[in-house]
Design a protein around this ligand. Structure first.
Ligand code: NAP
Length: 270
């Protein structure tokens, strides 16, 4: 017996945990994917206070929750709560996906692979290319790891030298420089992994020119001042929606074992 929302005693639960989390697009993306694949599941946003991410993840077996997407500030606490980590999650000490598997909690970080897939969609193969990576936070570290694995020659530019060095250590042969010393014209790809642009801020580097690539991880807004300026100059541009969709698709597949309906998820994300 189901109610009007199609929810019954059989319906299984997954969620995104974060603080804040009400703005998250994950419920829209995952619920659209459940509807498209006929899965009797629901995906919620759970506001878990800072410092309680570990407890939230450890409660999954107790409550019978199948999977968590994990966002700020819980990514490191959630990694500590897992019984097993993927190689990426282990290298980063951070997870964005937790799944119950055979009675244990398995954590993965799908941001880096999500980024590579979004670049592949745009026909950008980073192997052998020089990449200027702006920022050294969680998204930048996941990007450095993935770009390095894909054969890119990475330079991390951040305002804190220690953070830049830590991020650069994740990509073989990567350099770390001060953000103020970054010259975008020296690179084939310029990738923004800072939040600068979410509120209309201008990045402290020259926008790329024709032949160069501008990549922005920001997905809200979908067009940042950095991308708009790069596009106006004739550079190739890639926004953050593709990475958002691909990392969610990888999480969906880990949680359900079902191939992700990528186009449905892309429409829901937009
Ligand atoms: P984070 O861990 O807080 O890191 C932010 C980075 O930007 C840090 O290196 C920080 O430097 C730097 N930064 C912040 N404000 C700055 C400023 N005014 N000037 C110079 N540097 C500044 O955040 P995150 O999780 O990595 O996220 C970064 C961006 O990526 C966000 O816009 C997020 O929405 C986006 N993102 C997108 C996806 C996707 O799927 N498309 C996935 C993850 C993240 P300090 O450490 O010195 O503060």
């Amino acid at each position: 017996m189901t109610d009007v929302a199609g929810i019954s005693g059989e319906t299984r639960l997954a969620a995104v945990i974060g603080d804040p989390v009400r703005h998250s697009r994950s419920p829209a993306i995952h619920n659209a994917a459940y509807a498209a694949t006929g899965l009797d599941r629901v995906f919620l946003a759970l506001e878990v206070p800072d410092g309680r991410g570990f407890d939230a993840v450890r409660s999954m077996p107790v409550l019978g929750i199948d999977g968590f997407s994990v966002t700020m500030p819980h990514k490191a606490d959630a990694a500590r709560a897992c019984d097993e980590l993927s190689p990426d999650a282990s290298a980063l000490g951070s997870v964005n996906t937790v799944v119950r598997r055979d009675g244990s909690l398995w954590g993965d970080s799908t941001d880096g692979e999500g980024l590579l897939r979004s670049l592949a969609d745009a026909a950008l193969d980073v192997a052998g290319r020089t990449v200027l990576l702006l920022g050294a936070g969680g998204a930048a570290r996941a990007s450095a790891l993935a770009l390095g694995r894909a054969g890119a020659r990475v330079t991390v530019a951040a305002r804190r030298p220690d953070a830049a060095r830590t991020a650069a250590a994740l990509a073989p042969g990567a350099d770390a420089i001060d953000l103020g010393a970054a010259v975008s014209g020296d690179f084939e790809v310029v990738l923004n992994a800072t939040p600068l642009g979410m509120g209309g801020e201008i990045l402290p580097v020259e926008p790329p020119f024709p032949g160069q690539w501008a990549v922005d991880l920001i997905y809200h807004p979908s067009d940042t001042p950095f991308l708009a300026a790069a596009r106006a100059r004739g550079a190739h541009c890639v926004g953050g929606i593709g990475m958002l969709v691909h990392q969610a698709a990888l999480g969906f597949e880990a949680m359900t074992g079902v191939p992700a309906p990528l186009e449905v998820m892309r429409r829901a994300a937009q």
